[in-house]
Design a protein around this ligand. Structure first.
Ligand code: HEC
Ligand code: HEC
Length: 339
């Protein structure tokens, strides 16, 4: 079971290590691909409806409520002017653009980054500290409740524990070579620069300081996700980019080939961005650290370079062997206790 997921250099081995058990086989499957996203218009104006609407507003215009440029400095929780929906596209409902649909049904879940069971709130704060380069939202804040209530609304009707088709990002095969940053730059110039800017700086709605965010979000530089974010891992970025970029692309008709997506993702992660403190504390169970988490320590003896740019298939093989060895070690019958 582990081997299958490792084999696809899966969307972060975070999920691969979900400790599948016998109950797994009976898990309900739920397909997000042909499900129409529920509309907030249909909600009454009661307390639940109001909080869902506020959650939607926070997700789509994060910079205007929680960003570093908002007037009330107590509300400056994010360190950049992105919106959650800069990545979680289409109001966080688009399949394979890491939709929030069904998240209420799949959490609490095991997360390798913490080597612990994580709640929806902790997952939201994971993106607050990394993707948004900010600080955690207090658990009892209205804003945290608004996020979880919006996610709850999007997840209504999906059974608890369901296995979702269309969640996360869609698998793609990393070529067995190091990312070619020169080729990546050429892809960037041809396919991305028109929106994201020559220096990856994006395009603002208005001017710096107005808390109005971006028409096209920045991909690197000071105002974007930090080096601890999932999008700063080349394989996660590759999967997201291949099935969602250039804007308008979806998983049914990718514009970029695997090679192009891999190289342009390499080019983006090679660029400077905010630095997250204490990254070495991530993935405390070292054996299931994702192979593209490009910060030490590494237990497989491969270089930081290789973890950042590949080639990945050899790292995936090593990781698979480690996982299989652990499984078989755990499956050994315990030696009979001697008297
Ligand atoms: C720069 C891109 C980016 C931004 C901006 C971003 N996220 Fe994420 N988010 C990700 C990625 C990538 C993942 C999945 C990582 C993985 O597991 O591979 C994720 C995962 C999640 C998940 C879990 C989804 C699942 O299927 O399990 C939640 C919930 C979430 N983010 C909430 C938020 C919230 C709330 C915000 C805004 C405050 C936000 N994110 C902003 C990139 C982003
Ligand atoms: C037509 C304009 C356009 C083009 C071309 C385009 N993007 Fe985007 N990109 C966007 C927009 C807009 C978003 C925010 C999400 C949304 O609104 O759909 C985004 C979001 C992103 C994000 C996540 C948010 C962030 O700030 O990191 C990444 C990564 C990304 N694009 C990479 C690329 C790459 C790589 C290419 C070229 C292969 C590309 N984009 C081409 C418009 C574009």
């Amino acid at each position: 079971m582990l081997a299958l997921t490792w084999g696809s250099y899966a969307h972060a081995q975070t999920r691969a290590a979900e400790t599948p058990g016998p109950a797994d086989a009976a898990q309900a499957k739920f397909n997000l691909l042909d499900r129409t996203a529920p509309s907030i218009e249909s909600l009454p104006d009661d307390q639940y409806g109001k909080l869902v609407r506020y959650g939607h507003e926070l997700a789509t215009r994060t910079y205007a409520h929680l960003g570093p440029e908002v007037k009330n400095d107590k509300m400056r929780y994010t360190g950049n002017n992105l919106a959650c929906t800069s990545c979680h596209q289409e109001n966080a409902t688009k399949p394979f653009a890491i939709p929030w649909v069904g998240v209420t049904s799949t959490f609490p879940q095991y997360r390798a980054r913490e080597d612990a069971i994580s709640t929806v709130e902790e997952r939201i704060n994971g993106c607050m500290e990394r993707s948004m380069n900010g600080k955690v939202l207090p658990l009892d804040s209205t804003e945290m409740k608004a996020f979880t209530t919006y996610i709850h609304f999007l997840s209504r009707g999906i059974p608890v524990g369901a296995k979702l088709e269309g969640s996360g990002t869609k698998a793609s095969k990393a070529p067995n070579r190091r990312a070619d940053l020169v080729a990546g730059e050429a892809v960037f110039k041809a396919q991305c620069q028109v929106c994201h800017g020559e220096n990856g700086e994006g395009k603002r709605v208005g001017v710096k300081g107005d808390a109005q965010g971006y028409v096209f979000p920045p991909l690197w530089g000071p105002d974007t996700f930090n080096d601890g974010a999932g999008m700063n891992r080349i394989l996660t970025a590759m999967r997201f980019i291949k099935h969602n970029m250039p804007q308008g692309t979806n998983h049914t008709a990718p514009v970029l080939s695997d090679d192009e997506a891999f190289d342009v993702a390499g080019y983006i992660v090679s660029k400077p961005r905010p630095v997250k403190a204490s990254l070495e504390r991530d993935f405390p169970a070292r054996w299931n650290k994702p192979i593209d988490a490009a910060f030490p320590p590494y237990v497989d003896g491969a270089s930081a370079e290789q973890h950042k740019y590949g080639p990945f298939p050899p790292l995936a093989d090593m990781a698979r062997q480690t996982a299989e060895k652990r499984t078989s070690d755990q499956a050994q019958p315990a030696a009979p206790a001697s008297r």
